[in-house]
Design a binder for this molecule. Structure first.
Ligand SMILES: Nc1nc2c(c(=O)[nH]1)N[C@H]1C(S)=C(S)[C@@H](COP(=O)(O)OP(=O)(O)OC[C@H]3O[C@@H](n4cnc5c(=O)[nH]c(N)nc54)[C@H](O)[C@@H]3O)O[C@H]1N2
Ligand SMILES: Nc1nc2c(c(=O)[nH]1)N[C@H]1C(S)=C(S)[C@@H](COP(=O)(O)OP(=O)(O)OC[C@H]3O[C@@H](n4cnc5c(=O)[nH]c(N)nc54)[C@H](O)[C@@H]3O)O[C@H]1N2
Ligand code: SF4
Ligand SMILES: [Mo]
Length: 740
């Protein structure tokens, strides 16, 4: 590996016994280098490190609120055991020894009685400990671990690209060449900055004034900067991408040299997309054919060009083929692994020891979804996880076997899984549930034991970013201890030791050292934490010497691996299962298209509503609706409106704006009200997932469900309208509604 660039400044001492230590913010997917001002074990201040390679000194409002997070009075500070019935909100304080002993005893007993697969592990997106959750699960012998982002976010992109081009491409934000064009597709990174491309390197990439195309039903920040804004109907990105490919091939705009030498299946793809003209796509996508043509031409003409794609394309049951179609646009135009384009990362931290080899092969086959969703749960997955709707069914109905225990480390299940009411019923049926979190949440209230987790300044980790690519490797170091909080990683090691599991007993720091060694780094974790970060120099056009890591050695426009797994080798369009076109009868009653979850810059998914710095600018949940549509339903800006789908009804405040397609309503996700009383904290009132569905059909490869492009109706909230609970009532109607 060529010489790495390390951060120029290390830990320093300041007057008055204040130490300034380097670390990296992980309040979102992470990546902003920080300077942590610490004195006598107290975290005084957190500021952006001006030398930070991904943020150059900046922090977003969430990062700026770090001390509010760390010292929040509502933080869980010691383990607790529930003393009333499940969900009654009655708790007693216990010691760590009592908590860990009880968990070990109960979990091992369930494993003995009904097999390891009857225990499931859960976690949240992109967390420092995400891979540790699967590691501990594998050590315990269960194949069932899950994360709501695996089928719905990022991993469809990861697994599709690994299968068809051998690796996940990321935008070349840390190189020296500026892109001529950036196409933002279902992605609003100045607010979200996901997966380690911090919102700041995204903003910096705009300073060179690239031309911009944006594909979004809403006029976002990046749509306002775009010369072409395609206001797509939610859930139809597959059709739009096929039309782009049609134009690029039919008009001979592709990179002939790259396609001839480095791709497989060009002829098949060309024949396949022949019929998918912009005129074919227009009535499906609501985007005028001439605009599609102009955008496809512009993307093909300007080089280097980047595709910035977001999770909107992964929130439909045709996720994999949508991702496939989009990924072929930079491929056909020769923007792969070139400066200023889409690059394959340098993997500066070695592969994480997931301990998957510890799983009994017979038990592995029992992973929920294993046979069906091979890209999520089986041979097509980079790190196989279980299928969440199948897990909910296993909890509820005992099919194909009963899942009795759920150990959740960092996920507010009731806010971020689809179909909250059914999920609530499933959690209520568990024999045993453990929840580790920073705060008491509506989900944690359903657990038997709640554990106080450490927040990011309270723990040691490595952040290798962008995720999967690992061009920058950062040290995140523990600078403060709050109450009796422990990091999730430490909890897993302690549980493994107490259960005397065959693996997973080495210390956290030993594992981190091992990863750095595997990545070819000469420093250990301590050294990395001291120096802050390592920037691994990028090598380009690696395929010229190494080929692509696929069966043909080429970038597979026609996927031989998909074909071998029994899936379609060429991308196709499939109308979402609930939409104006596929269910016109439903659309009669629910005439508007609903999309959910566009990111809010001051909150991360269901988090941060407790933090005054974050909440004060965004106190209420907001639903966007066009002025013409609002007028039709008698809704005024700033008023509460109700939003209803076949699954249920919630309320959010109307944000009347002409920046949204008139036929589309957008509602925010992740809402609960930590300031209200438990145990439900208003979870049924404004939570978008009361409206979404987790029933089939799913993506045939990934098992993905529909979070965007659903059907809804809306109205002004009148007195006496507030029927948002109780959950028992709504849960009963949820199943009836989805059966229709
Ligand atoms: N501040 C903050 N940052 C975050 C998060 C957060 O909650 N807050 N969450 C993190 C997570 S888990 C993720 S996955 C990322 C997500 O971040 P992004 O990938 O940027 O995705 P979103 O903001 O959810 O949605 C992007 C855009 O998709 C549009 N959209 C909605 N439906 C469709 C559709 O069907 N097609 C198209 N083309 N566009 C559509 C929305 O209007 C929205 O503007 O952000 C991460 N970063
Ligand atoms: N309707 C709708 N639903 C969606 C989406 C959408 O766009 N629309 N987006 C989906 C996507 S892309 C994703 S990735 C998921 C996100 O879903 P998740 O990533 O699971 O997010 P949360 O449910 O907010 O769970 C995070 C929890 O972890 C806790 N936490 C934070 N740090 C730590 C820690 O270090 N340790 C522990 N133990 N706990 C911690 C927080 O307090 C919070 O309760 O949501 C999905 N759900
Ligand atoms: S963008 Fe993410 S990593 Fe950066 S300061 Fe904000 S929360 Fe922290
Ligand atoms: Mo996500």
């Amino acid at each position: 590996m060529s010489a790495a660039i390390i951060s120029p400044r290390t830990t320093s001492e300041e007057p008055g016994n204040v130490k300034v230590l380097k670390s990296v913010c992980r309040s979102c997917h992470g990546g902003c280098s920080t300077l942590m001002h610490v004195s006598d074990g107290e975290l005084l201040k957190v500021e952006g490190d001006p030398e930070g390679p991904l943020n150059h000194g900046k922090l977003c409002p969430i990062g700026a609120a770090t001390t509010e997070l760390v010292y929040h009075p509502d933080r869980l500070k010691y383990p607790q055991r529930r003393i009333g019935p499940r969900g009654s909100g009655k708790w007693e304080r216990i010691t760590w020894d009592e908590a860990l002993d009880e968990i070990s005893e109960r979990v091992l007993a369930i494993r003995e009685e009904t097999g390891p697969e009857s225990i499931a592990m859960g976690t949240g997106t992109g967390r420092h400990h995400i891979r540790w959750v699967s590691r501990f699960g594998h050590a315990l012998g269960t194949p069932n671990w899950c994360e709501p982002g695996f089928a719905q976010c990022f991993h469809p992109r990861v697994n599709t690209c690994i299968q068809t081009m051998g690796d996940l491409p990321v935008c070349d934000f840390t190189g020296d060449v500026d892109p001529e064009l950036i196409m933002y597709w279902g992605h609003n990174p100045p607010h979200s900055g996901p997966d380690g491309e911090t919102r700041f390197n995204v903003r910096e990439s705009l300073l060179s004034k690239p031309r911009i195309i944006t594909i979004d039903p809403r006029q976002t920040v990046v749509a306002r900067k775009a010369e072409l804004w395609l206001q797509v109907r939610p859930g139809t990105d597959d059709a739009l991408a096929l039309a782009f490919i049609n134009v690029i091939i039919n008009e001979d705009l592709y990179d002939r040299e790259f396609c001839e030498n480095y791709t497989h299946g060009f002829e098949e793809l060309a024949a396949h997309v022949h019929e998918f003209t912009p005129e074919w796509a227009e009535p499906i996508t609501w985007v005028p054919a001439d605009k599609i043509r102009a955008a496809a031409r512009l993307f093909a003409e300007l080089k280097p060009a980047m595709l910035e794609w977001g999770c909107a394309i992964e929130h439909t049951p045709n996720t994999i083929q949508t991702v496939r179609a989009l990924s072929l646009i930079p491929a056909l135009t020769g923007n792969i692994d070139v400066p200023g384009g889409w690059i394959f990362g340098m993997k500066g931290a070695g592969r994480f020891p997931s301990l998957i080899e510890n799983l009994d092969p017979e038990v592995e086959k029992k992973r929920l979804g294993y046979e069906k969703y091979k890209m999520l749960c089986g041979e097509g997955a980079d790190l196989p996880a279980c299928h969440i709707p199948s897990l909910i069914d296993a909890m509820l109905y005992g099919e194909p076997y009963r899942v009795r225990a759920f150990l959740v480390f960092g996920n507010n299940t009731l806010t971020t899984y689809a179909n909250t009411k059914l999920v609530y019923e499933a959690l209520m049926k568990l024999d045993y549930m453990v929840c580790a979190d920073l705060f008491m949440t509506p989900t944690a209230e359903l657990a038997d034991i709640v554990l106080p987790a450490a927040s990011w300044p309270e723990l040691n980790q490595i952040a290798a970013l962008p995720t999967i690519a690992g061009n920058v490797v950062m040290g995140q170091q523990k600078v403060v201890q709050i109450g009796e909080c422990k990091s999730d990683e430490e909890i897993f090691v302690e549980l493994a030791r107490r259960m005397d599991l065959p693996v997973c007993q080495e210390s956290v720091e030993d594992v981190l050292d091992q990863m750095l060694e595997n990545g070819g780094q000469s420093v250990n974790f301590r050294g990395l934490a001291e120096q802050g970060w390592i920037h691994v120099p990028q090598k380009y056009r690696k395929y010229e010497t190494e080929g692509f890591k696929t069966p043909t050695g080429k970038l597979e426009l026609y996927s031989t691996r998909f074909e071998a797994m029994g899936y379609e080798p060429l991308p196709y369009y499939e109308e979402p299962p609930e939409s104006p076109l596929s269910t016109p009868d439903v659309a009669e009653k629910y005439p508007l298209v609903l999309t959910t979850g566009g990111r809010i810059s001051v909150f991360f998914n269901s988090e941060h509503r407790q933090l005054p710095l974050c909440r004060r600018g965004h106190p209420e949940p907001l639903a966007e609706i066009h002025p013409d549509t609002a007028a039709e339903y008698g809704i005024e800006d700033g008023e509460w409106m109700w939003i209803e789908s076949r699954r249920g009804r919630i309320k959010q405040k109307a944000k009347v704006t002409d920046r949204i397609e008139p036929r589309v309503v957008h509602c925010e996700h992740g809402w609960w009200f930590p300031e209200r009383d438990g145990p439900d904290y208003g979870i049924w009132e404004s939570n978008a997932n009361v409206l979404t569905d987790n029933r089939a059909p799913f993506d045939p490869q990934m098992g993905t469900y529909q979070l965007r492009g659903l059907l809804c109706r809306v109205g002004k909230l009148e007195a006496g309208d507030e029927e948002f609970g109780p959950p028992e009532l709504q849960a009963a109607t949820a199943q009836a509604a989805t059966a229709n």
